[in-house]
Ligand binder design. Sequence first.
Ligand code: ADP
Ligand code: MG
Length: 316
Amino acid sequence: MSLTKEYRVIDIKGVGPALAEKLREAGFSTVESIAVTPARILAELLGISETRAIKITQNARELLGIKFMRLRLDHIKCIESSHISTGCVSLDDMLGGGVETGAVTEFVGEFGTGKTQLCHQLSVMVQLPVDRGGLEAGAVYIDTEGTFRPERIVQIASYRGIDPRKALKNIIYARAYNSDHQMLLIDEVRKFISEKNVKLLIVDSLVGHFRSEYPGREFLAVRQQKLNKHVHQLLEIADIFNIAVVVTNQVLAVPDTFFGNPLRPAGGNIVAHGCTYRIWLRKGKENTRLARIFDSPNHPEIEVVFKITENGIEDV
Ligand code: ADP
Ligand code: MG
């Protein structure tokens, strides 16, 4: 059930056929997506004045008749998010069913803890039918480190009973060569998310380029500024298109820690505040890995185990 009547973009006052087409190209295929986008961003994406963008977003909101109402239980469905199973029961249980649409999920860990493996796994899992934990949709994979392996997708897809050829075709891949390129790619992704039925966006890894291009304390301010913009791009995409965004993050050794964990996720407060769910990965015995949610007020800090095998990510 929907809270509002269905309107088309062309129904918005001040939007003619040409602008409607421009909006569609920029990824705005619904009145809702325009109503919730900040005017400044709309102006930037469409190359129109901010004054005009403000009018358009206002008119979109008016059209939707955003007003107060008494809520009933049957209103819940339309704001419900869905989950993409990780293919591993223990991880899914911890995450409340898998990685959530409309949210940004961050996997943090040292080298070799399985971050990239999880990204491969999820790009396949999202393709499964709903009753098997997927969303029958495709993935976009932004690879900043050059660690994506199509042959790994073939292995995982075969194990999950998906035609490997189809599995590969449903993953839209781009290598990001620097931080500006990485941000540009995200702007491009907006344009085809709806059309190509994408329900998962992966950035592996989030902070790498920013850290190497703006090293040390000297560049801290500009690095965090740019990173903030990037994180907001991702939050916005997750929110507007109701897709799952999954990012990976490196850990840094913090000198002079006498108590507690001497490792910290890269990206500081910007990444900490931007990511909806943060999962810390560490190595266990042999091919096992441990995962726990951290920084979350409404999740218990339990640790679950999974293993990395030929078939991908599995329960132990
Ligand atoms: P990172 O956290 O650095 O991204 P990865 O996701 O690349 O780590 O995980 C690398 C680990 O995944 C390797 O140590 C290896 O144990 C495991 N792995 C990768 N491919 C396979 C495979 N085909 N079969 C079994 N284990 C694998
Ligand atoms: Mg990796």
